[in-house]
Write a protein that binds this ligand. Structure first.
Ligand SMILES: [Mn+2]
Length: 429
């Protein structure tokens, strides 16, 4: 017995991109972000049709809001109808953003025999569905539970049933929107990996977490299909699962996103001036492109995290950002945009200059010697005696720990001197 299915979640139709309005002057970006979610959704529909999967599972937060705009309703309804017309069955649970009441019965007028099941809308709130193939041979059992309200404070596992008798020999799937292994007082269906495991299902299709996560092969969050801000970084897409004789034989993640957010950490300590810093950044971006050039994404939005101690600290300014962003956009054919630059660099001054300085920075710098650092260690040993005892360090570990603290304190003091010196020089100018 063989079958395949798709698991997706958190489509959030109607949810805007945050931080992108600052690009609204750019017609190209505007058109990409206006259509990204619809295109990503259609990528999913096309994939399901091409692979001719047996069924599709959607794990909640399909809509961003209880009240939806017409376009969102249309996207969902048209997509579902295409799948149903190809004899692909669809199971949708409701999440905290789109509880049962979000599905207006006039719009989502599927009857109980329809291939489209919106749990709690045209079925009871907890549903158990036997999926059969075209010859009516049983394939799988889907256990599904929907949010009736924006909040579900109890553990939803209480509603799920253990597979009974004949069901045990089938492939059992749990379909749920929930807060797994989080705070027990979470209002979003709190439960634990252990709770799920006690039911002995073969796969859990979960929703709520927007970054795909699959620590366990059988308990997975597929994540949102399209990230909407620079916290939802990395690839977004769908899970494609193939099952043979009740075992998962393929479990793959297929990216279908149109806009991708990424954070890139760039250490500039090796740069000796602003031009070489620019070249280093360009190389990082080239490398990023080379690693991602086979993707269908139309736009990459990169947040650059710049770090390192640099002697050209004052050159990392608005003027640099503007030139860099403009150049990157042009060099990469409007496909890469710098969405944000986080400047975590520190000013660096030659140690000799600090040592000779007759201001506060020089005074602090000259006090950083081993004797003073030893007294820092002595103070830590005295003040945190009990905590240190609990660490059960071996003698070697303890010595390493002390060396690390000294190294770290020294670095921080030198950073401080550099910052003070930099500000002193700036004031004099
Ligand atoms: Mn969500």
């Amino acid at each position: 017995m063989f079958f395949s299915f798709i698991h997706i979640s958190d489509i959030h139709l109607g949810r805007p991109f945050s931080d992108l309005t600052k690009f609204s002057f750019d017609e190209k970006i505007k058109s990409i972000y206006n259509n990204a979610v619809e295109k990503a959704f259609n990528n999913f529909i096309d994939f399901a049709l091409v692979k001719n999967v047996d069924f599709v599972l959607i794990s909640g937060d399909t809509f961003d809001n209880i009240e939806q705009d017409f376009r969102s309703k249309l996207i969902l309804k048209e997509g579902l109808k295409k799948l149903a017309a190809a004899d692909i069955k669809i199971y949708i649970v409701c999440g905290n953003h789109d509880p049962i009441s979000a599905y207006n019965k006039n719009t989502f007028d599927f009857d109980e025999n329809s291939n489209i099941k919106i749990i709690g809308v045209n079925t009871p709130q907890y549903g158990k569905f036997l999926v059969t193939d075209k010859n009516s041979n049983p394939q799988a059992i889907i256990h599904a539970y929907s949010f009736s309200d924006n909040h579900l404070e109890e553990n939803p596992i209480n509603y799920f049933e253990h597979p009974q008798n004949d069901e045990k020999i089938l492939f059992n799937i749990g379909l749920l929107h929930c807060d797994l292994d989080g705070d027990k007082s979470s209002p979003y269906a709190p439960c634990s990996t252990n709770d799920l495991k006690t039911l002995n299902y073969d796969y859990w299709a979960l929703g709520h977490i927007h970054i795909p996560s699959y620590d366990e092969e059988t308990i997975q969050y597929s994540g949102t299909i399209q990230g909407r801000n620079n916290k939802e970084t990395g690839p977004h897409g769908l899970k494609y699962i193939k099952v043979e004789n009740n075992s998962i034989i393929k479990n793959s993640f297929i990216p279908i996103d149109i806009i991708r957010f990424e954070n890139i950490d760039i250490d500039l300590s090796q740069a000796n001036d602003i031009t070489s810093a620019y070249n280093i950044i360009q190389e990082f971006i080239l490398d990023f492109i080379n690693r991602n050039n086979n993707l269908n994404c139309e736009l990459f939005l990169l947040k650059l995290n710049l770090s390192g101690n640099i002697c050209f600290y004052s050159d990392i300014n608005e003027d640099f950002y503007n030139t860099l962003s403009e150049r990157i956009k042009n060099d990469f054919n409007n496909k890469i945009y710098i969405s944000e630059i986080s400047n975590q660099t520190h000013p660096k001054t030659e140690e000799k200059i600090l040592n000779d300085d007759d201001g506060i920075s020089g005074e602090i710098y000259r006090t950083i010697d081993d004797n003073n650092l030893d007294s820092v260690i002595e103070k830590i040993e005295k003040d945190f005696k009990n905590i240190l005892l609990q660490c059960n360090f071996t003698k070697t570990e303890y010595n390493e720990f002390k060396e690390e603290i000294k190294e770290y304190s020294k670095e921080e003091c030198i950073n401080l001197c550099n910052i003070i010196y930099y500000n002193e020089i700036k004031q004099e100018q």
